[in-house]
Design a protein around this ligand. Sequence first.
Ligand SMILES: *[C@@H]1O[C@H](CO)[C@@H](O)[C@H](O)[C@H]1NC(C)=O
Ligand SMILES: *[C@@H]1O[C@H](CO)[C@@H](O)[C@H](O)[C@H]1NC(C)=O
Ligand SMILES: *[C@@H]1O[C@H](CO)[C@@H](O)[C@H](O)[C@H]1NC(C)=O
Ligand SMILES: *[C@@H]1O[C@H](CO)[C@@H](O)[C@H](O)[C@H]1NC(C)=O
Ligand SMILES: *[C@@H]1O[C@H](CO)[C@@H](O)[C@H](O)[C@H]1NC(C)=O
Ligand SMILES: *[C@@H]1O[C@H](CO)[C@@H](O)[C@H](O)[C@H]1NC(C)=O
Length: 644
Amino acid sequence: MHFLPAFLALGLGAFKHCVAAPSSTIHSNHVVHETRSVEPLDWFISHHPEAHKRLPLRIGLAQQNIENLESMLMAVSHPDSPEYGKHWTPQQVVDTFAPSEESVRKVFGWLKDSGFSKEKIKMSANKGWIQVDATIAEVEDLLKTEYQVYRHNESGEEQIGCHEYSVPAAIREHIDLIRPTVHFDHRPSPKSETKFKRAGDVGKSPGTGPKTSPTPIHTLPVSPGLADCDQMITLGCLRALYNVPEFKPRSLDKNSYGIVEFTPQAFLAGDLDLFFRNFSPNLVGVRPKTVLIDGAVVQTTNQSSNLNGESDLDLEYSMGLTNPQTITLLQTGDLVEGAGFDNWLDAVDGSFCTFEGGDDPTQDGIYPDPLPGGFKGPESCGIIAPPFVVSTSYGEEEVTISAFSATRQCTEYGKLGLMGTTILYSSGDRGVGGHNNGQCLNSAGQPANNGTMFNPQFPASCPFVTAVGATQVNPNSTVFDPEAACEQVIFSGGGFSNIFSVPDYQKSAVASFLTNHPPPYTSAQFNTSGSRAYPDLAANGANYVVGIDGKFELVFGTSCASPVVGSFITMVNDARLAAGKGPVGFINPAIYSDDFKDAFNDITQGSNPGCNTIGFNATEGWDPVTGVGTPNVAKLIPLFLALP
Ligand SMILES: *[C@@H]1O[C@H](CO)[C@@H](O)[C@H](O)[C@H]1NC(C)=O
Ligand SMILES: *[C@@H]1O[C@H](CO)[C@@H](O)[C@H](O)[C@H]1NC(C)=O
Ligand SMILES: *[C@@H]1O[C@H](CO)[C@@H](O)[C@H](O)[C@H]1NC(C)=O
Ligand SMILES: *[C@@H]1O[C@H](CO)[C@@H](O)[C@H](O)[C@H]1NC(C)=O
Ligand SMILES: *[C@@H]1O[C@H](CO)[C@@H](O)[C@H](O)[C@H]1NC(C)=O
Ligand SMILES: *[C@@H]1O[C@H](CO)[C@@H](O)[C@H](O)[C@H]1NC(C)=O
């Protein structure tokens, strides 16, 4: 699992963050639109910014019909639905969710009435945002707020933000969110040097992965066999564990499987070949089809386990398992600024960036990159059709993204599901603890060293993605024995969202877990209100043999599990495409249904410790450690194949 590289406020100059306006300044027709729920611990108010300083304001317009997204998605993804598999075209998605003309008109009107001339207001290239060229003083008046410059207590870095802002009651419903305002970046923006480290310094921050074993295995024992799977996972172990039938693809040209990597993480061709020579000889010399997003480079200048481990792992296993399916590498972000999740979304879904998109300058790369040496081209918008399956082994703490931003991004995954794409995210490697050294949340909801509240992971907590947890072959056990939740080097990320409510497809599974195996924790430890819980399913995440930087290393993490599950769904799609059907798209409603119970090995041993607790138990039935269990591919394929 990698911490999403945090480039954030870096160099975006005035594009920063806002403290509460004294309530006396709130005009009678203004209502509070957003308030920051959590004050960042390590940022302090430094001073009031100069009134004449420019603050590029972006107003994200509300989308139509978004409240119906879940039911629309269920209609095409629930096995009992007569509409199953009838995925939408991108145009249908656009027509359904684009901001209404009324929203555009009302917001423009408000800005004009507030004294902004036409030249100062423009629609962003992605029509969902209205950009306003304004000064601090003008924005403070417009939003009835007060901006402050915050300084990071260690790096000295500054951000501008407000605590709360207001908009006229009459236009509130037309606006999703306004930036920069309350969306505070909890992390200092790293210099490029720190970015390399933060993005994957395995040794130093064990919350970020994938983890490698302390002693790399330079030479494998004479081709490890099934007897060694408790110590070394290879393609053969996975095929045995998950009852994978021989893959004889019949839909290679139609099928697609994408793997997302964030620059500077990159694969090395030599590493792929090292792995293939040992485990999949006919793939020697074969490479993924690389799609470069937002000036991305597959850099080979700087090499280390941290820079190459994730990409090498993802490609060696996805290519190995789906051989000879071509894998699409979605390499995202330039070397200077990096990228966020919305950037790859933009690239596969023109409707996102063109119509209601919304890159978040505190979370995503903004292209053209304003930084020296950055990518000066336009952002990559809809440059390829979304692959049928996309696996991303990166994540962040849910608390680091505002509910509005998380929701906006999450609905985007839902729309990709509507169009027939399966979105997989690894569930995190710190059990119920947070990414950052396992930090948990304090009573104010901030990540803190002495925090005791569980710290969920995003995008895994989004109800429209499939979150993948990790299991292990127990020491001295074989692939024919039941696996347990992963308790070697990493713990399977799992828990309950503090943002998203429980989706329909998961309601009864979550309720029966809470009823039959009530965790001995209070609402001061996790969101007991019955929110979206994750992961959805799991696969092995311990002891993967991976060629990295010219040698084999053992790798651990939900990072391992996600591309493996993606490979299996790609096999399912191959069978469906060969039968003249469409891809499976969003799989959660199916995998939680009774009909699919047999297609999963329920995991009932182990737990996912964190926050000074043992975390949750893996139990009979769904649990917030291993989800519905690990796949039995030979059973999964015919079940999905039987659906329309
Ligand atoms: C910065 O703030 C964090 C969180 O309060 C604290 O742990 C850390 O010691 C502080 N560092 C300095 C240099 O004050
Ligand atoms: C490699 O690392 C050096 C120093 O750490 C850095 O200056 C350079 O930008 C990096 N190059 C690439 C291609 O990542
Ligand atoms: C946690 O640490 C902070 C800062 O060191 C301290 O103010 C607070 O009282 C501690 N909380 C608990 C519950 O120990
Ligand atoms: C596994 O077997 C080895 C050799 O028989 C033994 O030394 C070791 O303690 C066993 N480990 C566990 C966890 O049972
Ligand atoms: C629990 O989750 C719900 C969504 O189901 C959310 O509205 C609520 O704020 C969360 N509670 C806490 C304490 O975060
Ligand atoms: C896990 O299961 C054990 C054994 O059944 C039980 O004693 C313990 O309380 C459970 N812990 C949690 C967190 O559910």
